[in-house]
Design a protein around this ligand. Structure first.
Ligand code: ATP
Ligand code: MG
Length: 446
């Protein structure tokens, strides 16, 4: 469900280019490429509407905002025989990273004939010589079996690195095209690197592929790994429900990923309609008071004798309010642990009433993010990798590959990082969650 409420001007959607693409794309030389599904998008009118429901020009006569369609172009910017391409993966793990790396490598190698491809080890650290992480050669053999594995083959890291040193390394190593795989932090880093490349007048292309298990990037309908994460989360909820049903006053509490956006929690709730309370960062709730969660839990136990609560890690942060929030190496605020906090409050609440509570607390977070991608996400990463290579080879830069209204598109990085995608508490997704759980407002004041 794409729910974009802010105004997007046509100029916000323009994709920068390194220069005119003059080299005939080797894909055009294959026999009947159109019959093999290669439609070359040389016409700039191949675009996808941002809001499919608005087809009328606005009050100033401007056409509705749209994003450029992804796909092969008849002419490319880089000479494949001379190009050196690099791939880096940053931030935290997410199912599908390895199959995405493999897809980029195979597309560069087999479809475009690029033979010089390197992998950068451990995120942005890999660009900084003092860490001593050497690049690794990537080719069909080195990526042969990585797609079936979870985790990250190249390694990842958090923490800031100097942009000028990163671009020094790109220059020194003659890298012409950089693929960056990462979340919101990585996209900010990508924009700074792109800016530094532009300031130095270098012809280095930069294509980002958004990776975030939280699915919280603007202008990205769904990130890869999300479906796998929801599936893994669903298994944890099923376990919690079985535990809850199997004991008097059984309570299953599951904590899921979702620092600012509760999409994993919301989708897993919809996937397994056994959840009675779904708590996400976007929707405030009270614990105490007549309408608070503790009273609602009492009511549920009286009525049904068991309950399942799902909480996203960023929910209920008001219970930890502090002026001196700790930060991780990348500058992200360390969240209060809402899972163990709720577990302890639930136990104390029922103990105070002298009522037996059989609570099982499940925190599957690291299992959810490091599992191998399911087949849906593997297919998805295949498409993302192919389109990233088409975009990069055409000389487009400073963009990310996105799925939008069921089409693969190019979105300028600044557009994707200007807002964070969140669940709209008044939108259709949250309404479906409320319908599924039947939970009350959990707020004492309306
Ligand atoms: P995840 O979804 O796992 O959080 P992420 O890409 O957001 O992924 P981060 O650790 O926040 O993960 O960032 C990845 C890298 O980008 C880190 O090396 C971090 O220091 C760098 N980075 C984050 N924010 C910025 C920024 N504003 N400018 C430059 N670099 C940044
Ligand atoms: Mg992040």
């Amino acid at each position: 469900m794409n729910e974009i409420k802010h105004t997007v001007r046509p100029e916000d959607t323009l994709i920068p280019a390194l220069g005119p693409a003059k080299i005939v794309n080797p894909l055009t030389t294959m026999k009947a490429p159109e019959k093999r599904g290669f439609t070359f998008l040389d016409d700039d009118s191949a675009r996808v509407l941002i809001n499919p429901y608005s087809c009328e020009p606005d009050a100033d006569g401007n056409l509705p905002a749209s994003l450029e369609k992804a796909g092969p172009r008849r002419h490319i910017y880089f000479d494949p025989t001379k190009l050196k391409a690099a791939i880096v993966t940053c931030g935290g793990m997410c199912p599908g990273i390895n199959s995405l790396v493999r897809s980029i490598v195979l597309q560069l190698y087999y479809m475009y004939g690029v033979r010089n491809i390197v992998g950068v080890r451990y995120g942005l650290q890999g660009f900084i010589p003092s860490y001593g992480h050497d690049f690794i050669d990537l080719n069909p053999k080195t990526v042969q079996s990585i797609h079936g594995r979870g985790g990250s083959f190249l390694g990842m890291s958090r923490g800031p690195q100097p942009m000028d040193e990163i671009v020094d390394t790109l220059e020194r190593q003659n890298i012409g095209l950089l693929f960056m795989i990462g979340g919101d932090g990585t996209l900010h880093a990508a924009q700074s690197i792109h800016q530094e490349i532009t300031n130095r007048g270098l012809k280095i292309g930069l294509v980002a592929i958004p990776k975030t298990i939280d699915n919280d990037i603007c202008f990205v309908e769904m990130t890869f790994g999300f479906q796998t994460a929801v599936e893994a989360a669903t298994r944890a909820i099923l376990g919690a429900h079985n535990e809850a049903e199997g004991a008097p006053n059984g309570l299953g509490l599951v904590k899921l990923m979702g620092r600012h956006s509760g999409f994993v929690a919301a989708h897993a709730t919809l996937a397994l309609t056994e959840v009675n309370f779904c708590l996400v960062p976007e929707v405030d709730f009270d614990l105490d008071g007549p309408n608070g969660l503790l009273q609602a839990l009492n009511n549920r136990m009286t009525a049904r004798g068991h309950a399942v609560v799902v909480v996203a890690e960023g929910a209920g942060q008001k219970f930890f309010h502090t002026d001196h929030a700790e930060k991780d190496p990348s500058g992200n605020v360390r969240l209060g642990d809402i899972g163990t906090y709720l577990r302890d409050r639930f136990s104390a609440h029922f103990a105070d009433q002298g009522v037996e509570l059989n609570q099982k607390y499940i925190d599957p977070s690291y299992m959810v993010r490091s599992v191998p991608a399911n087949s849906g996400d593997r297919i998805f990463t295949g498409f993302l990798g192919h389109h990233a290579v088409h975009a990069g080879m055409s000389g487009r830069t400073g963009l990310l590959i996105s799925l939008w209204n069921n089409h693969y598109v190019h979105a300028p990085i600044p557009l994707a990082i200007c807002h964070r995608k969140k669940i709209d508490p008044c939108g259709g997704l949250w309404r479906a969650v409320l319908e599924s759980t039947g939970q009350p407002s959990l707020k004492n004041e309306a």
